[in-house]
Design a protein around this ligand. Structure first.
Ligand code: AKG
Length: 311
C-alpha cells in the first residue's frame, strides 16, 4: 500500500514520531454499542488503560486440565517438530505453540465461551473470528522474556490487519506472580501508534517469535509513555483473564522462579477487519500465525454452563 494512505506506517528507514490513533477503542456498529456483560465502568477503564483484568475468572479446577493437555502435547514428537512450535532461544524448551484452537477441540470450544465471547463482541462492536491463538510457556528457571511491542504493529505490518479492531484474551493456565515473568503493560499506550524503525526481512517470524528485534518501539517513545501511564503487571491465580487491546504495548521478563508460567492467548478480530496484504513485509506469514481461511463468525459454546450469569 502507498505509505501516505496508510494511517499506521511502520518498519521505516527514518525516525517518525508517534501518530494519533485513528480507530475507536470500544467499537460500535451503526453508532450503537453492542450489548454485552461489561458495564460502563469496565468499558471506560478499557478505553482509558487498554486492558481489563479479571482475577480468578475461571476456577483453578476448570483451567488445570488445559495445562495438563498442553503437557501431553509436549510428548507428541511430530507436533514438537512442526513450525508452529517455537523453542526458547536459550534453553531449547517450548516457548510458544501456535494454533491451539486447531490442535485441540477443548481449546477450540474455549474460544467460544459465552462469557469471553460476549465481552469481546461488545468491545469490537461486531461478530468476531480467531485471528491467532497461542500458548506462551515459561519453564521454571528457563523461560526467556518478550521485548516491548504492540501486537497490532506486527499484525498490520506482517499480516495486513487494516485497523485497530482486535482484542487478545489471555487466560492464565498457571499462577502468574512477580517472580515467574508475568505480562507487563503500559496503561494508555494503545492511544498513539508508535511507528517502528527497520525494514522487515523475509520470513522475519522465524527469528522474531524467538526474540523480537524488528517491530520494537524506540526507547524514547517507550519511556515517555511509561512516564505518563506507568507499568502494570496484573498477577493472580490460574484461571485469571486479561483482555487487552491490540495496540497496548506489553512485554515480559524471564522466569527467574522454579514455577512455570503458561499463558494462553486467543486473538479475536472483527469480521469487518479481515486481513489484506502485509503493509510492511515482503510476504504473508503462515496461516497458523494469521488466519485468512476460516473467518466465519464464532458461535457460542458453553462448556461451563453452571457459570451462566457470571463474567
Ligand atoms: C506476545 O506473545 O506477543 C507477548 O508479548 C507475550 C508475552 C508473554 O507471554 O509474556
Amino acid at each position: 500500500m502507498v505509505e501516505h494512505l496508510d494511517p499506521y506506517p511502520t518498519r521505516l528507514t527514518e525516525y517518525r514520531a508517534p501518530l494519533p490513533r485513528r480507530d475507536p477503542v470500544v467499537h460500535a456498529r451503526n453508532q450503537r454499542r453492542w450489548e454485552g456483560p461489561l458495564d460502563e465502568v469496565a468499558l471506560s477503564r478499557y478505553e482509558r488503560d487498554g486492558f481489563l483484568w479479571f482475577d480468578g475468572f475461571f476456577s483453578r479446577d476448570r483451567i488445570e486440565p488445559f495445562f495438563e493437555e498442553l503437557k501431553e502435547m509436549a510428548n507428541d514428537a511430530s507436533l514438537m517438530g512442526s513450525e508452529q512450535v517455537i523453542t526458547d532461544p536459550n534453553s531449547g524448551a517450548i516457548r510458544s505453540v501456535f494454533g491451539m484452537h486447531q490442535l485441540s477441540e477443548h481449546f477450540d470450544r474455549l474460544t467460544r465461551d459465552p462469557r469471553i465471547l460476549g465481552m469481546v463482541r461488545q468491545l469490537l462492536g461486531s461478530e468476531v473470528y480467531i485471528h491467532q491463538s497461542r500458548i506462551n510457556d515459561k519453564y521454571g528457571f528457563q523461560g526467556s522474556g518478550f521485548d516491548w511491542h504492540s501486537d497490532f504493529e506486527t499484525w498490520h505490518a506482517e499480516d495486513g490487519m487494516p485497523r485497530m479492531r482486535a482484542v487478545s484474551a489471555s487466560l492464565m493456565l498457571t499462577d502468574n506472580s512477580e517472580f515467574n515473568g508475568p505480562l507487563m503493560l503500559i496503561p494508555g499506550s494503545h492511544r498513539p501508534f508508535v511507528p517502528c524503525m527497520g525494514e522487515t526481512p523475509e520470513a522475519n517470524w522465524r527469528e522474531s517469535l524467538k526474540a523480537q528485534k524488528i517491530g520494537v518501539p524506540d526507547q524514547r517513545a517507550l519511556a515517555s509513555l511509561a512516564e505518563r501511564g506507568g507499568i502494570q503487571a496484573p498477577k493472580g491465580p490460574a484461571g485469571s483473564l486479561l483482555l487487552f487491546e491490540c495496540n497496548t504495548l506489553h512485554a515480559s521478563n524471564e522466569n527467574m522462579s522454579p514455577w512455570p508460567r503458561s499463558n494462553l492467548f486467543f486473538v479475536y478480530n472483527s469480521v469487518d477487519n479481515a486481513l489484506e496484504e502485509p503493509y510492511a513485509a515482503p510476504s504473508r506469514r503462515p496461516e497458523f500465525l494469521a488466519t485468512r481461511g476460516n473467518i466465519a463468525p464464532l458461535t457460542m459454546h458453553d462448556d461451563f454452563p453452571e457459570l451462566a450469569g457470571q463474567g
